[in-house]
Structures are given as structure tokens and as C-alpha cells.
Write a protein that binds this ligand. Sequence first.
Ligand code: KG4
Ligand code: ZN
Length: 338
Amino acid sequence: MIVLGIETSCDETGIALLKDGKEVLSSFTKTQMIHSEYGGVVPELASREHLNDIYNILDYVMNEANINYENIDLISVTKGPGLIGALLVGINVAKGLALVFNKPLIGVNHMEGHIFAAHLYKKDLKPPYIGLIVSGGHTLLIDVTKEGEYFIEGSTVDDAAGEAFDKTAKLLGLGYPGGPLIEKYSKKGNENAIKFPIAKMEGYKFSFSGLKTAVRYYVEKLSKEEKEEQIYDICASLQKAIVTPLVNNAVKLCREKRYDTITLSGGVAANGYLRNRLLKEASKYNINVVVPPIKLCTDNGEMIAAVGYARFMKGEKDDLNMEGNPSLKYPFRRRNEA
Ligand code: KG4
Ligand code: ZN
């Protein structure tokens, strides 16, 4: 069964062809660079870029796999959450293809895609395990109890981890997206140079807004020269302050549940320091860490095709009236929810 996956929820145009839910026949993701000069994703520009790129990417992916539209068995597209204009580009292309080639269509939840990314990488991965999803908009610790059953055990009360990287990078005048830049500067710095606060939260909650304020006050007190001199130490110390609670909570939860696996996904999973710290801490307790390659951690079409396949196999599908929902709820439940 061949599934075409289309992802356009934010600033990545991702398209992929997936065979039988696991084998990637071809895939291409384009990250929009246009936003870097604005210090964040500009929704209107994101929609226009998706529109400019999507047909070329579609052609490329189809040619690469040597597949005709007649051979596709299902079209899976992100229906939310995300930017409405951006979502609409992917959804309308998906609907057009479904109509013209008379193919089934399914709209899927982007966040479930991030969980599936780990399965695409580690094909024999089986629940139960703990999923840590860290992106520009979300910071979640998920208890994956069985296939398709997810509980939120931890989330952020304010900024997401990626947002913490992006906002502090902006304060430091480094540019956007902030995560890769802070990681790069950190490599030359001492992570113990400055003691930035790590919020003490109940349960497995996260909070990063205090850190952002602390960095702002710290930087305001420095002269231009001092800032230049200390920039590497500031980055290394704040990276440590963001990563430490992520690692500690994920490992603590995994131990509490007596599971043996943690998966990592979302754009922040590209951070090498986070990957290494998580691997090191987890190994102390014989916990395996599944870290997919970066192209599967950031937004991509493969994960959307994989979710579509799984849901279609359970009998779900949509019709051409399917609509995008920018604030689509998580496909994960809170423990106390019905
Ligand atoms: O998942 P993603 O591509 O998009 C969504 O937010 O859905 O994640 C983007 C986020 C941005 O906040 C970016 O700064 C962060 O991932 N990021 C990183 C790194 N690469 C991307 N954060 C820390 N270190 C990195 N190397
Ligand atoms: Zn995402």
C-alpha cells in the first residue's frame, strides 16, 4: 500500500511516499529560509512559500520513487495544529489529488506524526515507552501505553523548549531560528560559567519563561565588550538550563513507569547536547533512547504518511469536506480525561 504524505503546518514543506507504513520510497522536505530575517515564522509568507514550492516538491518525490498517481492508495495530509494558511495549502493540494485521481483522503494530527517518527526509524519499536516531543511550539512528555493510546504526563506551563532557544537567541542578537545558533556558540563555551535558573515544577511540568527573564537581566547588565566576551559561556549555560529539566523529567518518568525506552522527536531533538545528555543519563538506568535522524525529528512528510496509514488501516478516512484546524487538540489525553 502506497501512501502520499503531505505536511505544511508551519515552515516546512514536506512530502513523502511511504510503502506499507514503514518503507520510505522517496521524501523531500524544504525548510523555508525567508523567515530568518524576521526573527520568527511570518504566517502569510509561510503560506506563499508553501504554494510556490509544493508542486515542485510533489513532482520531485513522484519522480524519485518512479510512481504514478494511479499507483497511490491513500493521500494523508496534516489537518492541524498549525498555521491555518499554511495548512490550507497542503490540504487543498491533497483534496485536489484525491478528487482527480479518485483516491481516499485522510487528515491527520501533526503531533501524532512526531510520535510516529520514532517508529519510522526504529521499525521494531513497540509500546509502552516514553515519548519526549520538543519543538518550537510544544514540549511534551507522553506515556505511549499501547499503539494509538497516549497520555500526557508532562507539558510546559509557558514557553516551549524551542521557543526558549529562539527567544533567548533573539535577546542575545543571534538571529532565527535560535536553537542551532545557541548550540553552535555553546560548543566554545563553559556550561557551568553562569547559573541560570531551572524552574522547580510539580510533577513533570516544565517552565522556561523565568530563564528567558534571567537571561535578559544578565545581558542588560553587560557592556558590549563583556557580552561579546561572554557570549559562548552564556549560550552554553542557558542551553544546559533548557536541556537539564527535559532530560531529568524524561528519565525520571521512564523509571517511574518501569519502561525501558524513551523516544526523542521534534525540531529541538536536533540538538546534539540534548541527545548526548539524554543518552548518558538514560544509560545509567539501562534505558534505551531512540533518537531518529534529524530529518525525521523536524517536520516531514514521512511521519504524516505513517500516521495516515495506521489510521486508515483502522478504518478511518475523511471526505473532501475535511477542513484544516489550526488549534486541533492533541491526540494525547490527560490522565484524568475521559
Ligand atoms: O519541530 P520544528 O521543526 O517546528 C515546529 O516547531 O513544529 O522545531 C523548530 C524548533 C525551533 O524552535 C528551533 O530553534 C529548534 O526547533 N531547533 C533547535 C535546534 N534545531 C532546531 N533547538 C536547539 N538546538 C538545535 N540544534
Ligand atoms: Zn512539528
